[in-house]
Design a protein around this ligand. Structure first.
Ligand code: NAD
Length: 253
């Protein structure tokens, strides 16, 4: 797919990895529909993309709300008339140990709220956005690609029962969509980033961050642009479908 004038939706496009993806795709000439909860963040990213001479629009929406997602994709088609790509990037963490022994008593450490919040955004949000995106791609006869942002945590990680489950889930959904939607000229794939220098990671305690960096074979955090370039690579290569790309400095080797 040549990305010039192709329409790509990025959820969580206001900041962090989503912003970096938007700027990278703007460099390739794509038209961008950026979705986030924060209007201010969206406006900043839209401004940066517009400076690169591409059409970019902001949409404030909660990806976990079915009705909001339906309206969102109707609005996107009204504004752009076609849809060629979706990056399910919006994601949150609500970390905590599963259970813990405190004063000789075993207690529930991860609450059902922590579980549900992460399920709602990371897993249900990706499901809802991809379902609407697939419908619009088929209806407008646009060749398209769905990309889920997973994580190295998909293999399981301390304190991340909820997050790991969602990140394994989005990878499995991408495989399923690759199988189901190929007949409509729609591909699907996922990216599993390692530790990348965004607010989500830079917010860790400095000692913990130092330990993380020391454990990465390349001895540094990833740059958001390195994930953004992987998005471009997948979108541009029409023979990629169903695979998960690990971009983690060798952490899982
Ligand atoms: P971030 O917190 O900087 O950005 C996430 C964005 O998603 C924010 O702009 C936030 O407002 C938006 N968002 C959250 N909930 C939303 C909702 N319900 N509806 C719409 N938008 C919502 O995080 P990031 O580091 O840029 O991470 C982006 C994605 O990459 C996430 O899915 C994350 O799990 C994944 N990831 C990040 C790293 C990393 O090291 N940063 C590593 C692996 C995976």
């Amino acid at each position: 797919m040549n990305l010039k004038d192709k329409v790509v939706v990025i959820t969580g496009g206001g900041r962090g990895l989503g912003r970096s993806m938007a700027l990278e795709l703007a460099d390739q000439g794509a038209k961008l529909a950026l979705v986030d909860l924060s209007e201010d963040d969206l406006e900043r990213t839209v401004g940066l993309c517009s400076e690169k001479g591409v059409e970019a629009k902001s949409y404030v929406a909660n990806v976990a709300d079915e009705q909001a997602v339906e309206s969102l994709f109707n609005d996107i088609i009204r504004d752009f008339g076609a849809l060629n790509g979706l990056v399910n990037n919006a994601g949150i963490t609500r970390d905590g140990l599963f259970v813990k022994v405190k004063d000789g008593k075993v207690i529930k450490k991860m609450s059902i709220d922590q579980w549900n919040q992460v399920m709602d955004v990371n897993l249900t949000g990706s499901f809802l956005c991809a379902r609407e995106a697939a419908i619009k791609m088929i209806e407008t006869q646009s060749a398209g690609c769905l990309i889920n942002i997973s994580s190295i945590s998909r293999a399981g990680n301390m304190g991340q029962t909820n997050y790991s489950a969602t990140k394994a889930g989005v990878e499995a959904m991408a495989v399923t969509w690759a199988k189901e939607l190929a007949r409509y000229n729609i591909r699907a794939a996922s990216i599993a980033p390692g530790y990348i220098g965004t607010e989500m990671v830079l917010g860790m305690k400095p000692e913990a961050l130092e330990k993380v960096e020391a454990g990465i074979p390349t001895k540094r955090l990833g740059k958001p642009e390195e994930i953004a370039k992987t998005v471009t690579f997948i979108l541009e290569n029409d023979y990629i479908s169903g695979r998960c790309f690990e971009v983690d400095g060798g952490l899982r080797v």
